[in-house]
Write a protein that binds this ligand. Sequence first.
Ligand SMILES: *[C@@H]1O[C@H](CO)[C@@H](O)[C@H](O)[C@H]1NC(C)=O
Ligand SMILES: *[C@@H]1O[C@H](CO)[C@@H](O)[C@H](O)[C@H]1NC(C)=O
Ligand SMILES: *[C@@H]1O[C@H](CO)[C@@H](O)[C@H](O)[C@H]1NC(C)=O
Ligand SMILES: *[C@@H]1O[C@H](CO)[C@@H](O)[C@H](O)[C@H]1NC(C)=O
Length: 272
Amino acid sequence: MKNLISFIQIFIFNTLAVLIAKYQCDCSLFLDELVCQEVDTCDWINELCVQKDCSKFNENECDLIQKCSLNSEGKCEATQFCSTYQVKDQIDCIIKKGNCAAENITNDAGFYQCKSYIPVDCNSLTDENCQNNYEDGQTFCWLNSTKQCQSYSINSCLGLPLDVCEKLNCKILSDVCSSFQCSDLTSQEQCTYVKNGYWGELTPCLWKVDSTPKCINRTDTSDLTIETCSKMTDGRYYWKNETCVSCPKNYDDQISSSFQLILFLICILHEL
Ligand SMILES: *[C@@H]1O[C@H](CO)[C@@H](O)[C@H](O)[C@H]1NC(C)=O
Ligand SMILES: *[C@@H]1O[C@H](CO)[C@@H](O)[C@H](O)[C@H]1NC(C)=O
Ligand SMILES: *[C@@H]1O[C@H](CO)[C@@H](O)[C@H](O)[C@H]1NC(C)=O
Ligand SMILES: *[C@@H]1O[C@H](CO)[C@@H](O)[C@H](O)[C@H]1NC(C)=O
């Protein structure tokens, strides 16, 4: 029985071995000033690590931070109503202006007006009215390869239509949209992490030095230090009790679901 349990434990640990991080830490979890300042979305103010104010993001960062958008004067501000934004490329209403839909024709100035979305069922839309609509904040409508309206998640690159693939920070490989992999990063400086699009899960990477140095999926965080833990994971891991652990959802600590699954299986096996 014991052998079976350890076999199953090893099996589970191995299949779950690649690290994945879903959630960004609340800035308050970064207790060290330097660590705090190295996380893009946080700022050290009055001896505390807090969410960075939109006005402190530069032009390139601004639009990709939830809650911040570049206004028409080029200043980064807290995202206003969708109707205050105009874009050159319709998909930017989604990507850059936080879940806005877009008009299907340009205005006199040649811009697409962003607009707030009314939730729709992508499958029920005609092909002409398909694009730049939403089912919810995470699911948008776009024409698929057979030019029919389909719903897609903004959190996953896999299978996205090729005309929006790269705009959502995904790559096209053999005519299929997929997420970047650690192996796509070819230098030690770049080898930090990859994300599934802009908003999907983060996979931490590791630079493996041998005869052919390469960037591979990271399988543990044991070599990360208080200085590198959050920096190397875009603030999705943090330093807790001398170890580098992934950030909890909703900022309160919870047992990870894989750990619960293991406990659950062990309990069942003990019952047998
Ligand atoms: C634009 O969308 C509206 C509905 O929102 C639709 O009536 C109209 O036909 C569409 N126009 C074009 C050019 O697709
Ligand atoms: C395109 O979308 C339609 C409707 O959602 C679906 O029936 C069809 O299988 C999709 N085509 C491809 C190639 O996925
Ligand atoms: C690395 O992790 C990704 C998940 O981000 C997974 O899809 C991929 O198959 C893994 N690659 C290897 C070589 O294990
Ligand atoms: C910190 O980790 C040690 C061993 O790694 C453990 O004994 C201790 O209970 C932990 N402390 C907290 C507060 O989790």
